[in-house]
Design a protein around this ligand. Structure first.
Ligand SMILES: NC(=O)c1ccc[n+]([C@@H]2O[C@H](COP(=O)([O-])OP(=O)(O)OC[C@H]3O[C@@H](n4cnc5c(N)ncnc54)[C@H](OP(=O)(O)O)[C@@H]3O)[C@@H](O)[C@H]2O)c1
Length: 246
């Protein structure tokens, strides 16, 4: 693994990020970040040998410390996966939803990855190469009236990905957006039963809920360079949810 490429995966202690870190650990030296669940991050480290690092992506100091850690430890960065994200603490009708929740989601889901990417981009511009993935959501274009702040944060993140893709492509740094559909993780645990029923009823053409590994395979294709003439590509890892049918 001595000269193998280096990846940072944010929010890798659980869920989709963990699946991505597990997949990448087969070929990359991985810095897997977590926010509060050190126990989960440690179990990932034991299982895969990744480095773990505590980083709240909404904190500028934490973002800078993460990049410094990767620089000091490995001296190169081949792939940044902006995966960390949160759902609203409470699903509230947009008529009732609070500014505090809006601010929290924008800081974590949009501002954090946008500015973490700025730090990574400066480093990758020096290197003249690199790849960056933004994990957004079907919520980037699907309006849910009981979690508007989540949808708005993901719609904004989709544009952040496009801006970075356009800015960095001339310099050999490729940016991609991966849009998961409904994926079995802690994030959707409270609504899992409802979603299972809607999927069985036809909401997802492939008729099953996604797993973190489904998203991880899309990131694998990017990490392996299979999409290297596809700057800015949006990959719908959603079982066909995005298809309009009549
Ligand atoms: N599950 C879905 O159906 C679905 C669908 C579309 C998009 N997504 C997106 O996929 C990404 C991962 O979601 P998931 O379902 O895997 O969520 P999850 O199971 O709740 O895991 C979230 C991960 O993000 C970390 N995290 C939370 N807040 C953070 C912060 N402020 N700074 C840094 N890390 C933070 C958590 O760390 P700790 O373990 O330390 O708390 C955890 O590792 C999110 O961006 C989400 O919006 C999910």
């Amino acid at each position: 693994m001595k000269d193998s490429p280096v990846a940072i995966v944010t929010g890798a202690s659980r869920g989709i990020g963990r699946g991505i870190a597990q997949e990448l650990a087969r070929t990359h030296r991985v810095v897997a970040t977590y926010r509060g669940r050190r126990d989960a991050a440690e179990s990932l480290r034991e299982e895969t040998g990744v480095e773990i690092f505590q980083c709240d992506v909404s904190s500028a100091a934490d973002r800078a410390a993460l990049i410094e850690f990767a620089r000091a430890r490995f001296g190169r960065l081949d792939l940044l996966v902006n995966n960390a994200g949160i759902a609203p603490r409470e699903r509230l009708d947009v008529v009732e939803a609070t500014e505090a929740s809006f601010d929290e989601l924008i800081a974590t889901n949009l501002k954090g990855p946008h500015f973490l990417t700025q730090l990574a981009a400066r480093w990758m511009l020096e290197q003249g190469r690199g790849r960056i993935v933004f994990v957004t959501s079907i919520s980037a274009y699907t309006a849910s009236v009981n979690r508007a702040e989540y949808c708005i944060s993901k719609a904004g993140l989709s544009m952040s990905a496009a801006v970075w893709a356009a800015r960095l492509a001339p310099h050999g740094v490729l940016v991609f957006e991966v849009r998961p559909g409904i994926i079995r993780t802690d994030m959707i645990a409270r609504v899992q039963q409802l979603y299972e029923e809607r999927i069985a009823g036809g909401l997802v053409p492939q008729r099953r809920m996604g797993e973190p590994a489904d998203v991880a395979r899309a990131v694998r294709a990017i990490a392996d360079g299979l999409l290297d003439y596809c700057a800015g590509q949006v990959i719908d890892a959603d079982g066909g949810f995005h298809l309009r049918t009549l």
